[in-house]
Design a protein around this ligand. Structure first.
Ligand code: CMP
Length: 137
């Protein structure tokens, strides 16, 4: 099924100039970039984005980190976009990610893991709305 997902190239990725390379991995795998923008995420938006983790011990550090510098946020579209994007990213912890995945190749630590991707179609819808508003194309 054709669907959309949201990815965020995190500050460690943007800092190292990896955004274009990372987006090319998706387009080379049949994804379309529907929208992309570079921004520094306001704290309130980061808190909303990670609301499901509010009670986790890593919540304050992930919010601090995600607001610490520019990120690139993109809406990607493709067949089974959520699952296929997650496969290209690799597991959350780069130490567990195999080479060839984005986190396996670029991730530095569980916090500086280079990329975020929506974890379900519902999260994708919610996150796209948070970052791009009501009618993103
Ligand atoms: P992300 O996909 O952006 O979603 C939440 C982020 O919290 C995650 O990637 C990690 O960068 C960060 N994080 C830090 N510690 C943990 C943990 N123990 N489990 C999951 N995510 C963590």
């Amino acid at each position: 099924m054709r669907e959309r997902t949201l990815i965020i190239v995190k500050p460690d990725g943007v800092e190292r100039g990896l955004s274009d390379q990372i987006l090319e991995r998706f387009t080379a795998n049949g994804f379309t970039v529907v929208q992309r923008k570079e921004m520094t995420i306001p704290r309130s938006l980061a808190e909303q984005h990670y609301a499901e983790h509010v009670n986790k011990p890593f919540f304050p550090s992930v919010v601090n980190y995600m607001t610490s510098g520019p990120v690139v946020v993109a809406i990607l579209e493709g067949e089974d976009a959520v699952a296929r994007a997650r496969a290209l990213m690799g597991p959350t912890d780069p130490a567990k990610a195999t080479p060839g995945t984005i986190r396996g190749d670029f991730g530095e630590s569980i916090d500086r893991n280079t990329i975020h991707g929506s974890d379900s179609a519902e999260s994708a819808q919610r996150e796209i709305h948070l970052f791009f508003g009501e009618n993103p194309n």
